[in-house]
Design a protein around this ligand. Structure first.
Ligand code: AHM
Ligand code: MG
Length: 337
C-alpha cells in the first residue's frame, strides 16, 4: 500500500475534510522541509562546523549555540518567499521578522523555537523544533517589526496549527491542525515524512513525572505537595509508585508523554517569579498545549488553562504543567486549595 506522506495527509485534510486551507497546507509543508534541513544539520554533529557557541546572546540573554542560529536562519529563509505568511517570530529574535517587500504577503503568522533544548545540543541528546500558526488579524499594522508584535498577541485557542519535530534516534514530526494529533517519521533515504501514528491519545492516568528537581527548594506549596505525594509512592496518598524522567529538552519530554503518558512540570518558582516562569508562551507553551489537548491531555499553569492566556508580549514566560489529564487536574486543584 502506498505510504501516507505528510503531503498526502495535508491534501486529504484540505480536500476531504476542509480542515485546512491551501495556504496552510503549503505553510506546514515548508516548515516540515525546514525541519528536515535542521535534522540534517543536527545529524552531522561534530562532522560539520555546527557544534559549539555562536558567540552571541538572544533577546532573553541566553548564549546562542551555532545550531540555534543556523536553525533560525533555515526557518526564516524557507518561509519568507512563499506568499503564505504575514510575519514570523522566534525565540532567537527580539522582534518579529517581516516578509521582505519583494515577496507577496499571506494571512498567517508563524512563531517558533527553532532549536529547543539548547543545553543538549553539544551532548548528542534529543532536541527539537516547536512551531505555532496563527491567523494575522485583519488590518494589522505590519509597517515595522515593533508594530507587528501586536498581531501575534493572541490566545493559544486561536492557533490554527501547532507541531514539533524531535531530532532523536529518529526524526519525528508531530502535528495538529485542530483535528487530532498525527506523527510522521522522517524516512531519511527518501527525504520525506511518512505517517506513522494517527489519533495520538495521552492516557489519563500515569506513573511518570518530569520536573527539574534541582529547583525543588524554590517551588511553591502546591508543587511541593504534589511532588512529595508522588515520591511517597504506594504508601502515600496517591497509592502508587512513580518514576521520574527529565531529558531537559521540552520537545523530548513532551514527546515521551505523547507516546506513553506522564506529567511535565516547569512551574513558576521563587527564583523566576518576576519573569513569570522559564518557558515561553507563544512558541513553547501554546503549541505544546494545543497538541496535548488535541491528544486528550490537559495543559495548565496550575491556575489557568494555558490556551486561555491573553498574551501581553511576544517573549512572555509562563508556568507549564501538562500531560495526563487527571494528574494536571489534581495539581490545579492543589493550587485552588
Ligand atoms: P531553550 O529553549 O533555551 O532550549 O530552553 C527551554 C528548555 C526546555 O527545552 C527544557 O524543558 C528546559 O529549558 C530545561 O531547563 P533546565 O535547564 O531547568 O533543565
Ligand atoms: Mg526552547
Amino acid at each position: 500500500m502506498a505510504q501516507r506522506t505528510l503531503a498526502r495527509y495535508l491534501t486529504e485534510e484540505q480536500r476531504n475534510k476542509g480542515a485546512i486551507t491551501g495556504d496552510l497546507k503549503f505553510l506546514i509543508e515548508i516548515v516540515s522541509r525546514a525541519c528536515l534541513a535542521i535534522s540534517v544539520a543536527v545529524g552531522k554533529g561534530g562532522l560539520g562546523e555546527a557544534l559549539g557557541e555562536a558567540g552571541s546572546d538572544n533577546v532573553q540573554g541566553e548564549a546562542q549555540k551555532k545550531l540555534d542560529v543556523l536553525s533560525n536562519d533555515i526557518l526564516l529563509d524557507a518561509n519568507e518567499w512563499g506568499g503564505h505568511l504575514a510575519a514570523m517570530a522566534s525565540e532567537e529574535m527580539d522582534l518579529p521578522h517581516l516578509v521582505p517587500h519583494r515577496f507577496p504577503k499571506g494571512e498567517y503568522l508563524l512563531t517558533f523555537d527553532p532549536l529547543d533544548g539548547s543545553s543538549n545540543i553539544d551532548v548528542n541528546v534529543s532536541i527539537g523544533t516547536i512551531f505555532s500558526v496563527l491567523k494575522c488579524p485583519e488590518g494589522a499594522d505590519l509597517s515595522t517589526p515593533e508594530a507587528a508584535e501586536k498581531a501575534f498577541l493572541q490566545a493559544g485557542t486561536q492557533q490554527v496549527a501547532a507541531g514539533y519535530a524531535v531530532y532523536g534516534p529518529t526524526t519525528v514530526l508531530v502535528l495538529t491542525v485542530g483535528d487530532g494529533v498525527v506523527a510522521f517519521t522522517l524516512d531519511r533515504e527518501q527525504g520525506q515524512f511518512v505517517l506513522t501514528q494517527e489519533g495520538l491519545q495521552i492516557p489519563a492516568e500515569t506513573k511518570e513525572f518530569a520536573i527539574n528537581m534541582a529547583n525543588q527548594r524554590h517551588w511553591e506549596a502546591p508543587v511541593q505537595r504534589y511532588v512529595a505525594e508522588m515520591q511517597a509512592g504506594r504508601d502515600g496518598p496517591l497509592g502508587k509508585d512513580y518514576n521520574m524522567r527529565w531529558v531537559g529538552s521540552m520537545v523530548a519530554d513532551v514527546h515521551r508523554i505523547m507516546t506513553r503518558g506522564g506529567i511535565f512540570l516547569y512551574p513558576v518558582d521563587a527564583k523566576m517569579k518576576d519573569k513569570g516562569g522559564k518557558l515561553r508562551l507563544m512558541y513553547e507553551a501554546n503549541p505544546m498545549a494545543m497538541l496535548v489537548e488535541q491528544a486528550g491531555g490537559a495543559a495548565s499553569t496550575g491556575r489557568q488553562r494555558i490556551l486561555d492566556i491573553e498574551p501581553t508580549h511576544l517573549h512572555q514566560r509562563v508556568a507549564v504543567i501538562l500531560g495526563s489529564k487527571s494528574e494536571v487536574e489534581r495539581i490545579a486543584a492543589y493550587h485552588r486549595a
